[in-house]
Design a protein around this ligand. Sequence first.
Ligand SMILES: Nc1nc2c(ncn2[C@@H]2O[C@H](COP(=O)(O)OP(=O)(O)OP(=O)(O)O)[C@@H](O)[C@H]2O)c(=O)[nH]1
Ligand SMILES: [Mg+2]
Length: 294
Amino acid sequence: MSKFGVVVMGPAGAGKTTFCTALIEHLRANRRSCFYVNLDPAASEFTFEPDLDIKELISLDDVMEEMSLGPNGGLIYCFEFLLENLDFLTIPLEQVTEEYLIIIDMPGQIELYTHVPVLPSLVKHLMRGSLNINMCAAYLLESTFVVDKPKFFSGTLSAMSAMLMLEMPHVNILSKMDLIKGTIKRKDLKRFLAPDVNLLDDGEAAKKRSKASEVSFDDPAATTNIMTGASFDRLNRAVAQLIDDFSMVSFLQLNVQDEDSVGAILSYIDDSIQYHEAQEPREPKEDVEVEVEG
Ligand SMILES: Nc1nc2c(ncn2[C@@H]2O[C@H](COP(=O)(O)OP(=O)(O)OP(=O)(O)O)[C@@H](O)[C@H]2O)c(=O)[nH]1
Ligand SMILES: [Mg+2]
């Protein structure tokens, strides 16, 4: 029996929990089942109570107090503890059948996706161990990043870093689209959905910076370069080129208020985990009686 799931990831406040809620609402409205897992030991407010919550295994507050750790160190400790107690996940998830979508809500500490190996180990356990879940990652980045291109590329780089580290199907999502509605032209927005290095060429500031970098190209630490931002321009360009070269990152747009937008993202998730291929055809409902006149 196959199992299906999505891990919702992304930086702090990107809208992960809100997206999980919208996804659950959408699944329910379409008579689909889901199993909601919260793996954020600091989260306490939920619209839908999780079916499984890491806080039942370990509490971040207790860890911080007993181990004298800060919130980030505490979180890493919680994940290491989870890895030592994987039965906490395995036993309930073994019961989940193929028509369910398992939704895993992750914390927003970016180092979990980019620095430490706990998440790859966890994902490996879920996907390749006895559970054998067909799973994809939904990586959320806030759409307001598009107003600051270097910030956008840095966010895109974090998405790419997670993709490379986790080695699983990936759906990248620009969340909170309502916040930039009316502030960016559709044509300009399109360029962010499949970003390339030429995005950095636009705008007066970029032109000024690139002029300055032509003047003193050799020494990125030269005062002139630092003051004009020329050395950063070259760094940003190198990062953007790297993303461009990989040609792996593109974004879907999410507006949680819009049922169609949530549905469209769910379709991408379903496709990437081949959800529909595994479903048994269902019997049509038998409650419709046809009266034959005679
Ligand atoms: N305008 C707008 N606000 C949103 C949207 N999604 C989330 N928010 C707000 O953004 C804030 C963070 O949302 P969450 O869903 O908690 O984000 P998160 O990624 O789960 O946050 P952490 O778990 O703390 O990393 C909340 O105040 C939400 O109300 C959206 O689509 N539009
Ligand atoms: Mg959250």
